[in-house]
Design a protein around this ligand. Sequence first.
Ligand code: GDP
Ligand code: ZN
Length: 445
Amino acid sequence: MTSNTDTIFALSSGAGRAGVAVFRLSGSRAIVIAETLAGKAIPTRQVVFAKLRDPDDRREIDSGLVFTFEGPASFSGEDMAELQVHGSLAVIDDLSDVLIAQGARPAEPGEFTRRAFSNGKLDLAQAEALADLIDAETIQQKQQALGQLGGRLSGLAEQWRAQLLAALAPLEAAIDFPDEEDIPEQIEARSAPVIAALIETLEVFARGAEQGRRLRHGVSIVLLGPPNAGKSSLLNWLAGSEAAIVSDTPGTTRDLIEVRLDLGGVPVSLVDTAGLRELTDDEIEQEGMRRARDRAATADLRVGLFDGRDGDGSAMLSDTIGSDDFLVANKADLFDSLPKIGEQQMFSISLKTGAGTDLLLEALTRRVRELTGQADEPRLTRLRHVHAVNGAIDALSRAVTQTGEMPELAAEDVRMAIRQLDQITGRIDVEEVLGEIFSSFCIGK
Ligand code: GDP
Ligand code: ZN
């Protein structure tokens, strides 16, 4: 049994018609309610097949599997039950009504996980990873989320914390026993190298955070090029290949066409700026150009496409396309040799015959994997983590200059850095971010 909490329930499987619907209950009456419906005792962590009945009139709701998990050995840490019934809308409605009549209430998004966090079953970085895992569209996203859920980032944060506690000890010795014989002279100086080393480590992780965040959100690629270069054809070819996840991302402006792709396990959003640039009216076209350039400037990667016979088209691209970007000459079926421009790696393809397209796809995939780095390594995946690490770096940069003269100030800054890093796992100071984190979950998790 767990302490007295209200009992929540949710349909944890996807909504809509399906073979099986999974309901979860959590809270002090979860097991009682499940056993009442099943009409028998359900031993903890066992599966029992039962006819589920409305206790008020003995009417059969459905038959299915019932599991119980006595807290604290459950996902949420509370008493939990799971009901697997047939996945029809009618069964789902009926069972929901009976659960409410029995005193359970529908869960808020993320409420099961929030309870798990409150009960110490997982920390905040792991809760975030669980949301990422549920949202994952591609393999690499999934791998990153699984690693973090397994405690990869949390372990790192705990390791940094331990190092800071070790750096704090000599400072505190110097403060508490300034004239003590047994304490080595200048003991406070011992903490400076530890702090300096940790600053370097944290800086590496802060720099690498962009990769983890990109993998969560997707790498953004913008297609640029003069009208008729073949941008729409390239987009359609990529979208029509195995790579496409979905077309038409909602929320994008009407004149930017965006598709989601899976390139080597990495989610990519590919934007075609063509709709803008092909408009004839001068003013609109200028506005379109401006927006296309803005979009290109903030993208992770730019792909400039031009008709290989069009020297001006390629020259125009050379100021927007950087050395890490892609420059692609299309319509290779219509030309023999390319005009030489710039230093960029140049691809030559024909979207008509397919020549060169595999090489381009391979290179794009490789580049996208570079931009997202190693999903299996521990890293920062959210802005929240980056802020915490940057806050710690600031505090430690102050501390490292003060260890000798002013150990009191240095110690205070080290403690401040610990508090900053503690936000990653949610040890402290996170009340205000909890709502935001858990509300981004889907219902039933
Ligand atoms: P966009 O204006 O850059 O989006 O270009 P589109 O994709 O609309 O293509 C413009 C025209 O070029 C269309 O008629 C395409 O069929 C044609 N096109 C695209 N790629 C090739 C190619 O590799 N070879 C040839 N011959 N024509 C192409
Ligand atoms: Zn087009």
